[in-house]
Design a protein around this ligand. Sequence first.
Ligand code: KIV
Ligand code: ZN
Length: 514
Amino acid sequence: MSEKRKITIFDTTLRDGEQSPGCSMNLAEKLEVARALQALGVDVIEAGFAIASPGDFEAVQAVAGEVAECTVASLARCTEKDIDAAIRAVKAARKPRIHVFCATSEIHRTHKLRRAKEEIIRMSVEGVKMAKGFCQDVEFSPEDASRTEPDFLVEVVTAVIEAGATTVNIPDTVGYAMPAEFGDLIRHLRAHVPNIDRAVISVHCHNDLGMAVANSLAAVRAGAGQVECTINGLGERAGNAALEEIVMAIQTRHDFLNVTTNIRTQKIYPTSRLVASVTGLNIQRNKAVVGENAFAHESGIHQHGMLAHRETYEIMCPEDIGVPSSKLVLGKHSGRHAFKQRCEALGYSLGDKQIDHAFEKFKVLADKKKDVFDRDIEALIDEQMELVTEMWTFGGVQTVAGSQTTPTATVVLLRDNQPHTDAAIGDGPVDAVYEAIGRITGIRPRLTDYQLRAITSGKDAQGEVTIEVELDGKRFRTRGVSTDIVEASARAFLAAVNRAAMSANHVPDKPPQP
Ligand code: KIV
Ligand code: ZN
C-alpha cells in the first residue's frame, strides 16, 4: 500500500464550536481548551473571530501568545477592519494564519451580500491579498460552497489561489450536501482549478442532516488535505464534524482511507470531557467514540462474545481514546496522593491549589457516599472548573416542601466571605431556591432548560443538574452536582448567575445587601 497521506486537523471548537447556542466560554476556559488541543496534537487552532467582540479578540490574542506548537488562526470577513483585527490578534503566534471568507452561493449573493459574481471575486481576492501582506499562511473559504454553482466555485477558487491563498476551505455551511455529491465536488475542483496544486483543499461540514463526518471523509477520499472539526461536534445549529469521529474513523479504517493524522488519540476522551465541562453541553450517552455507552455492552450475546474475543463486538479499544480502565476507585480513607493520581489518570492536570480544593470536596462526598467512582470525580472537577469566575459562592440551602405546603427555600450565599441570606416561596422547592438566589444577587436569568440525572447507580448516587439560562440575550449552560438534588439545582443556578454576573454588560437589578 502507498504511503499514507497526512490530513491536517483544523480545530474550530473555539470559534464555530463556541457559536453553539449557550456554549460561550470565558478567557480562562478558552485558554484551558487551547492547551488541551495542543496536547491532543491538532495542527491548527481557530481561536476565534477577532472582530466579533473585544472578548473574542482577547481570546485569539491570548491563545496566539500561549500556544506554540499549533498554527493559530483568526477568522475574518473580506474587509479591512476584520482583517486588521485578525492580524493584530494573531500577531504574537509562532505560526499565524488568517482565515478570510466570503459567501459565494446564489442565495447568499442575492439576499445577504447583494453583490454580483464579479464583485464577490474582487472582494475575495482583495481580502486574500490584504491578509497575505501580513503572513504567508492564508486560508480562504467560499461560504456556502456546496450550494454554489460548481463553475463559479472553480473561478473563485482559482482567483484566490492566484492571490496567494495557501488553503482553500470548502464549507458545507448549511449541512446540505450528501457524501457522494460532496466527494464529487472536491474531485471537480481538483480537475478544473488549474492552480489547485498550489493550495491545500480543506473541508468544513455542518451536521444539519447528520452527514458532517461522512461528508468530510468522502472529501478526504476525494483528495482533501485538511478537515475542519470540533470537539464533541459542537458548532452552529446541529454542529460541525466531530473531531473524535473523524480521527478515530481515520485510525480504525486506515486500510480503507489510507490517510493518517498527528492526533494523540489517548487525549481524546479527556479533551472531550474538558470541553463538555466548560461549555456545560453534556455528551449524549450513545454519542460515537466519547459517549458513555460507546464501550458498554448490554446484551448477553455481546457480553459473551466480548469475553471470548474482544474484537467480536469492539472495533476500537477504550484505552486508545483515553477512557480510564478501572471504574471503582476511592473511598473516605483514600489520601490526597491517591486522589491526585486518579485525577491524572482521568486526564486532568490540576495545579496544587486546584487539587487541594477538589480533594476537600472529595472528602465531603466520600463521607456521604460509600464508593466514589470515576464519574463522581469527573463531575466534581468539572463543576469546580465552572466556578473559576465565581463572584458568589454557595453557603447552604434549606427547603420545606410537600403536597400540602407552599414550597419555601432559605438560601445562604457568600460574597467576599460575607454571608447573604434570603428566603422565598415558589411553585416547587427548586423554583423557591431560584427565587431566593435572585433576591440575594439581584440577577434573575430566565431558566430555559433543566435536566437532572444520576451520575452513577445506587441510592446514594450524586445527582447532576444541567441547566440553561438566558439573560440579556445571552445564554449560559452550567451544572451543579450533589447527593442532594435541590442543592445540585441551587449550585447549577448559582454557577449560571456567576457567569451572567461576569458577562460584560449585565447590571444587577439591585445591589447586594449583606
Ligand atoms: O460554516 C461556514 O461556512 C463557516 C465558514 C466561515 C468557514 O463557518
Ligand atoms: Zn461553520
